[in-house]
Design a protein around this ligand. Structure first.
Ligand code: FES
Length: 104
C-alpha cells in the first residue's frame, strides 16, 4: 500500500496532490475529513489546477476546475456546475492507519 502522507500534513480547507505510479491524485481535507480523487477533470480529462495544490474555490466550499470553472462537491466529487454537470470526479480508495493516509 502506498503511503501518501500523515493526516496532519494537510491543513483543513486545503488540498495536496501526489504523483503515484502513473497517476496524479489529490487529497482534500474539510472539517477534518479526508477525500481523495484522481486529478482528472471529467470534462476533457486534464488536471484541474493551474497553481500547485490549488484545487478549491475561494470559499473553500467546492473543488474547482481552473480550466473551465466546473465545481465539484468535496464530499462525493459530484459536478454541480460547469460543463460536466452530472459527471463526478473519480474517487480513489484509501484508508487511514496510524495517522497515515494509505491508498488501497
Ligand atoms: S477541463 Fe475541467 S471544466 Fe473543462
Amino acid at each position: 500500500m502506498t503511503i501518501l502522507c500523515h493526516i496532519n500534513d494537510i491543513e483543513d480547507d486545503s488540498a495536496q496532490s501526489f504523483d503515484v505510479d502513473d497517476r496524479n491524485i489529490f487529497v482534500v481535507k474539510k472539517f477534518g475529513k479526508l477525500f481523495v480523487y484522481l486529478n482528472s477533470c471529467p470534462h476533457i480529462g486534464i488536471p484541474l489546477e493551474f497553481l500547485p495544490n490549488d484545487f478549491l474555490d475561494n470559499d473553500k466550499r467546492y473543488i474547482l476546475c481552473s480550466n473551465h470553472g466546473a465545481l465539484f462537491e468535496i464530499e462525493n466529487g459530484d459536478c454541480i456546475a460547469g460543463p460536466c454537470v452530472g459527471q463526478p470526479l473519480e474517487a480513489v480508495p484509501f484508508t487511514v492507519e496510524d495517522g497515515s493516509i494509505r491508498l488501497l
